[in-house]
Design a protein around this ligand. Structure first.
Ligand SMILES: [Zn+2]
Length: 170
């Protein structure tokens, strides 16, 4: 795995650059955003607010509420550049998120910017960083076991990037 000091430096850099995006901002970047229903006050209000902002921007989206997750998806034709970036990002997450799931973390996406991602665990302080371009993956999220004993809850990130056969069970 990668030098922890360099990982820390990379995380600080991307946090400084991007900070926290709100859910609609994340939808604009990723074409997809999801939250666990239990983490938000009112799932229907969440969907209504995303739809309202999409109407203002004249963006076509779909939203849903199923399996304890509320989500929004943007339907659009993407340019080859956008598609290459998104494909690289998905490949990166499909390679790294299973590492976090196997270590029983409840992995969530904190930041995505270009080819870089910062993920964290919802129930411990573990953080992970990955860059597709630099082929760098590191951080406690991908290397250390989650200290919580209960089986991890399903998160949107794990739902999207970890096949059911690789998810930890009770
Ligand atoms: Zn954890």
């Amino acid at each position: 795995m990668h030098d922890p000091v360099d990982i820390r430096r990379r995380i600080d850099r991307v946090v400084a650059r991007v900070g926290r995006r709100d859910d609609y901002g994340q939808l604009l970047v990723d074409d997809f955003v999801a939250q666990r229903v239990e983490d938000i006050e009112d799932p229907e209000a969440w969907r209504a607010e995303i739809r309202r902002q999409a109407r203002v921007d004249k963006i076509k989206i779909r939203t849903g509420n199923e399996d304890g997750l509320v989500w929004a998806l943007r339907a659009r034709r993407r340019s080859p550049e956008t598609r290459a970036l998104t494909d690289g990002y998905h490949a990166l997450l499909s390679r790294t998120v299973p590492l976090a799931a196997e270590r029983r973390h409840e992995a969530v996406l904190e930041i995505r910017d270009g080819d870089e991602v910062v993920c964290s665990c919802e129930r411990c302080s573990a953080v992970g960083y990955a860059s597709a371009r630099d082929d760098v993956v590191g951080g406690s999220l991908f290397e250390d076991e989650c200290p919580n004993e209960e089986p991890p809850k399903l998160t949107p990130l794990v739902m999207l990037h970890v096949p059911p056969s690789r998810r930890p069970t009770a």
